[in-house]
Write a protein that binds this ligand. Structure first.
Ligand SMILES: C[S@@+](CC[C@H](N)C(=O)[O-])C[C@H]1O[C@@H](n2cnc3c(N)ncnc32)[C@H](O)[C@@H]1O
Length: 354
């Protein structure tokens, strides 16, 4: 849904999407070929980080790589310029929709006592000016405009050109092994995109979601309202959940773990274990570790996000052994596998012993 979108916004996003898509398709193909040629006369080190370093070094002379990275950065910065302009153009219609749906979509409990961690407040994630809460309607702008008009066509971050953003979440949501679920909690629910996939995959389940961001949660509630769903949404840190032990039969998270430092990722998995009932499942979808990427080129393209698109925890998240963290937290039947092309999304799932 593109509430309030005018021709100016549509044109700006179409331009950015075309640029990111073209660069992803054409320039990345040429850059990957440059790397393949350079690799013919080089022996790669075994160590993952040393291998990445060598990959950057070998790509240094590639004009295609330099231009691709330039366009990726430009598109990353401009998406927020476009979103802000589009919001300002559509503000009357957008605010009218929020007001009309204020009583629909379930419940949202905001909690001023939740102390947002420094790693979350101090980072302008994805180059968003001011970070996750840089604008009172950041959730709307990210979901309806940036995700729907730019990311949905691929070519940005882990989403390759031509891949479907929505399908990636749905296949992950369907990785539950039970026939049905009663209570599903999503950690880092954001604007409700994965929660929508979970609700579609498990129509009888009550969906619960936590996030630190007020504007994200407000938009998630609007997404539930648009679809006639009723979600239970709370402002909380995933590493400190406001729920009793054994409350849920599934806990899920999609692209949350790469947004937090490694020690926090471990706490989050521990909290998920606590709030699951015995026999309950934790399903995490994220970017595959470097060791599971289809090529060194793809690893370099992904790793670049750490230093150049404000994803400071990306590298750490792609170096750790998520399965081992699950086992350390007490999970059994731990499995890890890719459910999409190029192993994205990469699913890690485990069961709390019955
Ligand atoms: C990349 S978005 C993903 C949103 C959603 N899962 C989806 O699939 O679209 C990550 C979300 O996690 C939230 N987040 C980051 N760290 C968090 C934490 N420690 N606790 C709760 N939410 C967190 C962010 O505010 C953001 O809304």
């Amino acid at each position: 849904m593109k509430t309030g979108l005018t021709q100016r916004g549509r044109a700006h996003f179409a331009f950015l999407a075309e640029m990111a898509g073209w660069s992803g398709r054409e320039l990345q193909k040429a850059a990957a070929a440059d790397l393949a040629t350079a690799l013919e006369s080089v022996e790669l080190p075994e160590n993952t980080q040393a291998k990445l370093k060598k990959g950057y070094e070998l790509l240094e002379p590639s004009a295609a790589f330099a231009w691709d990275r330039f366009y990726t950065r430009v598109s990353g910065e401009h998406q927020y310029v476009a979103a802000l302009e589009a919001y300002e153009d559509g503000v009357t219609a957008i605010e009218a929709e929020y007001a009309d749906q204020a009583d629909a979509g379930g419940t949202l409990v905001l909690d001023e006592s939740v102390a947002a961690p420094k790693y979350w407040t101090d980072t302008e994630f994805h180059l968003a000016p001011g970070g996750w809460e840089g604008h009172p309607r950041m959730g709307f702008m990210i979901h309806d405009y940036i995700y729907d008009l730019l990311f949905a066509t691929g070519g940005v971050g882990a989403v390759k050109p031509g891949e479907s953003f929505a399908d990636q979440r749905y296949v992950t949501a369907k990785e539950g092994r039970k026939d049905s679920y009663r209570n599903i909690l999503e950690l880092g629910v954001g604007t409700g995109r994965m929660a929508s996939a979970l609700q579609r995959a498990w129509p009888d389940a009550q969906i619960h979601g936590v996030d630190l961001g007020e504007s994200e949660l407000r938009h998630a509630k609007l997404i539930a309202a648009r679809n006639g769903w009723k979600w239970d949404l709370r402002q909380a840190a995933a590493e400190e959940l406001p729920y009793d032990e054994g409350t849920f039969d599934m806990v899920a998270a999609f692209i949350l773990l790469h947004e937090v430092p490694v020690p926090v990722a471990k706490q989050i998995i521990g909290e998920a274990f606590r709030v699951l009932e015995p026999g309950g499942e934790l399903i995490i979808g994220d970017v595959a570790p470097y060791t599971q990427q289809e090529s060194l080129f793809r690893s370099v393209v992904l790793d670049w996000e750490t230093d150049h698109r404000c994803e400071p925890f990306w590298r750490g998240a792609l170096l750790i052994d998520r399965g081992q963290i699950f086992r350390d937290a007490g999970f059994v039947e731990v499995e890890e596998y890719g459910v999409g092309p190029g192993n994205y999304p990469w699913v890690t799932r485990g069961v709390k012993p019955a």
